[in-house]
Design a protein around this ligand. Structure first.
Ligand code: GLC
Length: 564
């Protein structure tokens, strides 16, 4: 293997992301908790995944479900106590599972003690932990906010006659990384968790942390698309490098940055091993594919094309073919469910779609990230009424549309596909009340389809279930190093129905065929004529021996072959 393909646990790992609020309630308050995760550890272990990533579990007033942290060393009371956390970590270690936490340090909560102090006076020792613009200088240059009803990232604060910056909600003021004291506080908080034995961090919008503190006018080219501007702050790499030197390099941990605005061109600046910054990041190219240009929360009018989907993955694989390492994901807590989005969740195609997408993630290079419920094919809930939505993003955007007399029913239609709440409905464990998530009314509605086979208990007992396919496919990835480290080659690039590729490591070669279509297809791959392609796994009837290079592909079919 090439040197950059040094074998490492986080490259060979398979990540399972848990949104704690929605996983398992044990206290009867309708909210998931840490004891709930502990209760389900044997199940998680049985999936074959090796790393758990937890969305934020820190103390928070929950303006943005934990992405607004008021104490970086505390546990959210709704989720339990530090003792529960320690027990969780201990029980995970006993089972050989690694734990990755969320690190949310582009911003804190406005209820964090630092901000409480910072806003008190202009000469408060914590003033410089945040970005302030004195009002006597006039209105600050435009900055866009994701969750602000007016889209304005500057909030006027009367006490000191100044504006503070918040790229997200007004309860999420941005931290000032330009202040070395603030950086040291962050590093200390990281050390605190690493000393406990945590195995890594997923770093929330880490590409946004560096800002030009002269706050210049937004350059014209970023008007309407501010993300690349936010993602290219002047000292970003200096900070990441410092964080690596000061903290990360001292522990055997993994890092994955959430990196909106990072491109194929600057990707390696973050993950080239020699630069000593991060190990991996999540790019947004796939997540933007079905969106309306730069409007990341609006659905695009026409349907995305498979050739576009292939190009995204092929281009990104090429970036990491010599250096760095990729991360593969099809959904998370910010995007709708993968089977509803990239497959077809109708009764006819649901099984094949869910298993085909699992096959995809588990046969690509880069660490695969699965989101809770993906292993049983959970689908979008498509709420019709605004009162069912809980997400600040949907609620505030709804208010914006309403305020300007916009078309609210068109907005709801959009949210049925786009809303983050699609991904936040409770885990479907069994056919009992509330899908076994909670005895009491869940904080967000459960998807009714738990009663129709989309639940763990029913799928456990069915050898042909999505769940058991997932387990088989996970085992196959673990058993075949070529599926992890092997080179990737795209076949039939122009085909709009089937995604075909090979993975090769020395003598080992695998062929993967995935249908992203409701139509059947007969695919001829000349290069396999006369070759012996043996079927390893498929989610539907498939040719076992291929001599003529002709593959009959069914709707949402997945086939994995070894080539002799
Ligand atoms: C990230 C998180 C998202 C959160 C936002 C602000 O994008 O994934 O859930 O709302 O940052 O913290």
């Amino acid at each position: 293997m090439k040197e950059h393909l040094e074998r490492l646990w986080w490259k060979e790992g398979i990540v399972y992301q848990i949104y704690p609020r929605s996983f398992q309630d044990t206290t009867g308050n309708g909210i998931g908790d840490l004891q709930g995760i502990i209760k389900r550890l044997d199940y998680i272990k049985s999936l074959g995944v090796t790393i758990i990533w937890l969305n934020p579990v820190y103390t928070s007033p929950n303006d943005d479900n934990g992405y607004d942290i008021s104490d970086y060393r505390g546990i959210m009371s709704e989720f339990g106590t530090m003792e529960d956390f320690d027990q969780l970590l201990e029980e995970m270690k006993q089972r050989g599972l690694k734990l990755v936490m969320d690190l949310v340090v582009n911003h804190s909560s406005d209820e964090h003690q630092w901000f409480v102090e910072s806003r008190k006076s202009r000469d408060n020792p914590f003033r410089d932990y945040y970005h302030w613009w004195p009002a006597e200088k006039g209105i600050p240059p435009k900055r866009w906010s994701y969750f602000d009803v007016e889209g304005n990232a500057w909030k006027y604060d009367e006490t000191t006659n100044a504006y503070y910056l918040h790229y997200f909600s007004e309860k999420q003021p941005d931290l000032k990384w330009e202040n070395p004291k603030l950086r040291e506080e962050v590093y200390n908080a990281m050390r605190f968790w690493f000393e406990k034995g945590v195995d890594g961090f997923r770093m929330d919008v880490i590409s946004f942390i560096s800002k030009d503190t002269n706050y210049p006018e937004l350059p014209q080219e970023y008007e309407g698309n501010f993300v690349p501007f936010y993602a290219n702050g002047p000292n970003l790499h200096e900070y990441l490098n410092e964080m690596n030197n000061e903290v990360l390099s001292k522990y055997d941990v993994m890092t994955v940055g959430e990196a909106p605005g990072v491109t194929l061109k600057n990707a390696l600046d973050f993950v080239d091993e020699d630069r000593k910054e991060l190990n991996m990041f999540f790019h947004f190219d796939l997540m933007s594919l079905d969106r309306d240009g730069d409007e990341v929360f609006m659905m695009r009018k026409d349907k995305w094309k498979l050739t576009e989907f292939k190009k995204i993955h092929t281009d990104w694989d090429a970036v990491f073919s010599e250096k760095g390492w990729g991360s593969m994901y099809l959904n998370n807590h910010d995007f709708p469910r993968s089977v509803s989005r990239w497959g077809d969740d109708s009764k006819t195609h649901w099984y094949n779609s869910a298993t085909m997408l699992q096959t995809f993630l588990l046969t690509m290079r880069g660490t695969p990230y699965f989101y809770y419920g993906e292993e049983i094919g959970m689908t979008n809930i498509r709420f019709q009424n605004i009162t069912d939505y809980k997400d600040i993003n949907t609620l505030n955007r709804y208010a914006s549309v309403k305020n300007v007399g916009g078309d609210v029913s068109a907005f709801i239609e959009n949210e049925k596909d786009a809303s983050r709440d699609n991904a936040r409905t409770p885990m479907q464990w069994d056919t009992s009340k509330n899908a076994g998530f909670s005895d009491e009314k869940p904080w967000i509605k459960v998807n009714d389809n738990y009663a129709e086979g989309i639940n763990v208990a029913s799928q456990e007992n069915d050898r042909g279930s999505v769940l058991n396919y997932f387990r088989k496919m996970v085992q196959i990835r673990k058993d075949h190093l070529a599926l992890i480290y092997g080179s990737y080659e795209l076949l039939a690039p122009d085909n709009e129905r089937v995604y075909a590729y090979t993975r090769t490591l020395e003598e080992d070669k695998y062929l993967i065929l995935l249908s992203f279509s409701r139509e059947r297809e007969i695919l001829t791959l000349e290069q396999f004529k006369g070759q012996n392609a043996k079927l390893l796994l498929a989610n539907d009837d498939a040719v076992v021996h291929v001599k003529d290079g002709v593959f009959k592909v069914r709707p949402y079919h997945a086939m994995l072959y070894t080539i002799d």
